[in-house]
Design a protein around this ligand. Structure first.
Ligand code: G6P
Length: 525
């Protein structure tokens, strides 16, 4: 690629030490011109959103995550002061914990157990890993981000005997997410086994008046911090959801916020070629034909950014993956996101990226600074970091050679400022892309279906167990149970429930094996 092609297709911001190189995306200048009217509509929609419009029409909500880093931009003073007060109270609380003024039963807190899922976990996990300094962090972070009992046991194994120095924070915007509630109940039990009343070492971050909020009030937990309905879960990293764990960990939350604010200021500007979020949204549109025809592969060449793709997966796929557009047309929109880190992935799936199905575009994230301090030479005059960088350049070139598109984001180093910038950049790009394809990026109607179905299955399991208990000593085949329970359509589910119960003996279910696997009978003795 020529120097001119590179310079004409690379956005640079020297003040932020940030650049976005799209010279390998194969976009003609005339295409940007063609898209300009659409982009201007997107800019206008974003201005209105920032001004407090109901940008999430289905839920009748404002979309205010940009105000979190520029509270003066909030549409009214009560919101402005709520944001400021929240940050101050988080900092004050963290300060008291760090100074040993708020302690656990066993003394100063050393650990923070974060209980949350989705938007209430992915941001904190990403930031904790990106900015943490093992051994130096004020509190060590641990997560319950699922309702997997074994997963929770794994987390607790690192905390055994130390729960009296463990602060717990339960994070749930809605305050009713089952995985988080279960995580909380499991934590309550674990704390009890070490003689600690959970509430004396617990904090809640949730919507005002939610179920979780009520529990925290009734049990007189240490503190409660707000989640507002105008902040979506997946854009809540810079609300209490992300700021609280980060502040307790000892990270520089003010710098993270100012990095995001600087990126916000840049990406609200209506000059497309000077706006990296607008460029990103347009590049996604170009690569995917505005229909998600290609997947987004995120390849940061830096271990600290390994969880960025997981974080972006929710931000992008939950925002853009929609059946209907804003006019009610069926569109099946979205962009699939995956990735991990380079050069590790070069030894896994990059083979397919280079030679296999061309159904993706890559996003390389280049971090110029290798490490704090000096590096040894691994070859004469060459360091491990030089290898990492050369592998990035090598993979980029190898993909380009085969006509596979990629864009490259460059930052100087991974720090609080650049992490804030990256979060803000992608939040804005998602908003612009949603406008370009005319969808609501701020709701998630699709996630309810699985939750409702699960609730139905739990009810069926309760009916099944009750029936077998009432008929102790009798054994039934799956079709017999389906018919008795008037759940003829649910035979497969009953089979799954029975087989699961067998491996969890507390349920008391037994199986009489038949030679044919699906003729086995089940009962209780
Ligand atoms: O914070 P919570 O209300 O517990 O929600 C946690 C997550 O669960 C839901 O399923 C939503 O799809 C996510 O957007 C959300 O981040």
């Amino acid at each position: 690629m020529s120097w001119n092609t590179f310079t004409e297709n690379t956005y640079v911001n020297q003040e932020l030490d940030f650049s976005l190189d799209y010279s390998l995306m194969g976009v003609e200048p005339s295409w940007f011109e063609k898209m300009e009217p659409k982009m201007q509509v997107a800019f206008e929609a974003m201005r209105e959103l920032e001004g407090g419009a109901i940008a999430n029409p289905d839920e009748g909500r404002m979309v205010g995550h940009y105000w979190l880093r520029a509270p003066h931009k909030a549409p009214d003073e009560s919101i402005e002061s709520a944001i400021k007060d929240c940050l101050q109270s988080i900092e004050a609380f963290a300060g008291r914990v760090h100074r040993g003024e708020i302690t656990g039963a066993g003394g100063a807190f050393e650990h923070l157990l974060v209980i949350g899922i989705g938007g209430s976990a992915l941001g904190p996990q990403f930031v904790a890993q990106a900015l943490g300094q093992p051994g130096e962090d004020r509190l060590k972070l641990h997560f319950f981000d699922n309702t997997d009992p074994d997963g929770m046991d794994l987390t607790l194994a690192n905390l055994r005997g130390q729960l009296d120095r463990t602060l717990a924070v339960v994070i749930s915007k809605s305050g009713g997410t089952p995985e988080t509630r279960n995580g909380m109940l499991e934590a309550v039990q674990a704390f009890l086994t070490e003689g600690i009343e959970f509430g004396t070492q617990a904090v809640a971050i949730t919507g005002d008046g939610s179920k979780l909020d009520q529990v925290a009030i009734e049990e007189d937990w240490l503190a409660r911090f707000p989640m507002w309905d105008w902040v979506g879960g997946r854009t809540s990293e810079l609300a209490a959801v992300g700021l609280f764990p980060a502040a307790l960990q000892g990270l520089d939350v003010r710098t993270m916020l100012s990095g995001a604010a600087a990126m916000d200021a840049l990406t609200i500007e209506q000059e497309t070629r000077e706006n990296p979020a607008a460029l990103l949204a347009l590049l996604w549109y170009h690569a995917t034909n505005g229909k998600g025809e290609k997947d987004m592969v995120i390849l940061p060449y830096k271990d600290r950014l390994m969880l960025f793709s997981k974080y972006l997966q929710q931000l992008i796929m939950e925002s853009l993956g929609k059946e209907k557009d804003l006019d009610g047309n069926t569109v099946y929109q979205g962009i699939a996101v995956y990735g991990n880190k380079g050069s590790t992935d070069q030894h896994a799936y990059v083979q397919q990226l280079r030679e296999g199905v061309n159904n993706f575009f890559a996003t390389f994230i280049e971090v110029k600074k290798d490490r704090e301090g000096a590096s040894i030479d691994v070859d004469e005059g060459t360091t491990s970091g030089d290898y990492l960088h050369a592998f990035l350049l090598g993979t980029r070139a190898a993909l380009a050679e085969m006509g596979r598109s990629s864009l490259t984001i460059s930052i100087d180093e991974v720090n609080a400022r650049t992490v804030g910038m990256l979060i803000a950049l992608y939040e804005r790009a998602v908003g612009y892309y949603a406008s370009l394809v005319n969808i609501n990026a701020y709701h998630q109607p699709g996630v309810e279906a699985g939750k409702k179905a699960a609730a139905g299955f739990l009810k069926l399991q309760a009916d099944l167990l009750a029936f077998l208990k009432d008929n102790k000593g009798k054994y039934f085949s799956v079709p017999e149970l389906a018919s008795t329970l008037k759940a003829e359509e649910q035979a497969v589910t009953l089979f799954k429930l029975l087989e699961h119960a067998l491996l969890n003996p507390a349920k008391g279910i037994e199986r009489k094996l038949s030679k044919k696997p699906f003729d086995s009978t089940y009962g209780m003795s």
